[in-house]
Design a protein around this ligand. Structure first.
Ligand SMILES: Cc1cc2nc3c(=O)[nH]c(=O)nc-3n(C[C@H](O)[C@H](O)[C@H](O)COP(=O)(O)O)c2cc1C
Length: 426
């Protein structure tokens, strides 16, 4: 049977900027052998690389993070420039002088490659190197170490296509051996025992001649990430998108988005939202042509010349460029009747805002599906024409139309808005 040995490497001094880690590890681990895997806590790599900065911890997290995935109270789970998703961007204020924080290495795979080369030069050994950091897991209590940098090691062991003990082919199993090695090493390193390095012996088959893909290979590509949006950024993920690719929109994604839309609040326990999904070319052409005709009639009525009208309507709308159009409608049959104008208007407003809530749900849910959208007002300005063009059931009032498709480009960053500007605390 295969045996695995994990050996702590004690005796390393406190690491300062500029320290020669390879020399220190080489001296402390005098029994380093070919095929060993040297597992190093990222904190000492950071310290040696001068990544200890005098900074406020929260500011340091701001500068290390590219995306806030989730937030609760002061705790932020963020994505770092490396693509790692972890609490506080890996910024650590423990085991460092007061007023200073330790940032993750700039390029942990690069750090691992340099350390491996220096160990090979110094000792003539062919080892793998793993740089680790400690992370929580969303569905599991407690933290464990994971590989954030690697060199000379296959970080993933692909078992797909191999038979299991019953002869069935394995379909999804890719062992994250880089992370498993990091976690095993953590069992002997410990946070407080001053043992920031461990040797994992017995996995020589994972040690490679080439530096290999590094721990970057352990980061799940965004397209495969079913939990891409965290609770903090789901609302921010919706941006108005006006340019789309030709890729068709999956009807199942639209159904899911409409299911989310109809969780919106509504008055009198009513369900005043309806959605016309304009899927056929016939319905689409009828809608766009009839809305255009209504618009031209309005512009003529405003006194514009035919040239001015032609120029205006040429501007085109996102609706024409979108692979799919959804027309959200108000069905106000549950609205109460009032004898006076004031209460009638309030009742009407109540139902109108309820559709707004549902449309926002729809747009956010589409964004979660990776779909861009633009809520376009034109159908509101010609409700009878839009309803007639689509042959909508009686009482369905189009509240604009939503252009839907795969975004042609990432929307520009949203300018920050200060909540104080929009609120009054009384
Ligand atoms: C009721 C409503 C009607 C809109 N009508 C149009 C429109 O006719 N054409 C358009 O390009 N965008 C339209 N928009 C989208 C806004 O222009 C967009 O929300 C705004 O530029 C802010 O960008 P954001 O959605 O990315 O935050 C409309 C938005 C709302 C809520």
């Amino acid at each position: 049977m295969a045996a695995l040995t994990v050996i702590g490497v004690p005796g390393l001094p406190e690491i300062a900027a500029g320290a020669d880690l390879a020399a220190l590890i080489s001296d402390a681990a005098d029994d380093l052998r070919d095929g060993d895997i040297v597992v190093v806590t990222s904190k000492i790599v950071s310290k040696a690389e001068g990544r200890v900065v005098r900074a406020d911890r929260e500011r340091a997290i701001d500068s290390e993070a590219v995306r806030v995935v989730a937030r609760r109270g002061p705790t932020r789970i963020v994505e770092t420039r490396h693509g790692l998703v972890l609490a506080a961007a890996g910024v650590d204020s423990s085991n460092t002088a007061p007023g200073t924080v330790v940032l993750l290495p700039e390029d942990p795979d690069g750090s691992a490659r340099r350390l491996r080369k220096a160990l090979a030069d110094r000792r003539g050994v062919r080892v793998g190197v793993v740089v680790t950091d400690t992370m929580g897991r969303p569905w599991r209590t407690g933290q464990t170490d994971a590989a954030i940098g690697a060199a000379g090691l296959a970080p993933l062991r692909d078992h797909r296509g191999e038979p299991d003990t019953f002869g069935n082919q394995l379909e999804v199993t890719i062992a994250a051996v880089g992370d498993e090695i990091a976690a095993a090493a953590d069992l002997v390193k410990g946070k407080t025992t001053q043992v920031p390095v461990a040797i994992v012996r017995g996995l020589a088959e994972l040690v490679t001649d080439a530096d290999g893909p590094g721990a970057a290979a352990l980061i799940r590509p965004a397209a495969d990430d079913m939990f891409r949006l965290g609770t903090a950024d789901v609302l921010y993920a919706r941006r108005t998108v006006r340019e789309f690719t030709a890729q068709p929109v999956d009807p199942a994604a639209v159904r899911r988005a409409i299911a989310a839309a109809v969780t919106a609040p509504a008055p009198h326990h009513s369900e005043p939202w309806r959605f016309a999904v304009v899927a056929s070319q016939r319905a689409r052409t009828a809608l766009l042509d009839d809305m255009l005709a209504a618009w031209v009639t309005d512009l003529r009525g405003d006194g514009f010349t035919p040239e001015q009208i032609a120029r205006r309507v040429r501007r085109g709308e996102p609706l024409r460029r979108a692979p799919l159009i959804i027309v959200p409608c108000l069905l106000a049959e549950a609205a109460h009747a009032y004898p006076d104008q004031r209460r009638s208007a309030a009742e009407r407003a109540m139902f109108t805002v309820a559709v707004g809530a549902a449309v926002q749900n729809l747009l956010v849910a589409l964004a979660v599906e990776g779909l861009g959208s633009c809520w376009v007002s034109s159908a509101l300005f010609c409700q009878p024409a839009a309803a007639a063009a689509l042959g909508l059931p009686a009482g369905w009032e189009p509240m604009g139309a939503v252009a839907v498709g795969h975004p042609a480009a990432a929307p520009p960053p949203r300018p920050p808005r200060d909540p104080d500007h929009y609120m009054l605390t009384l």
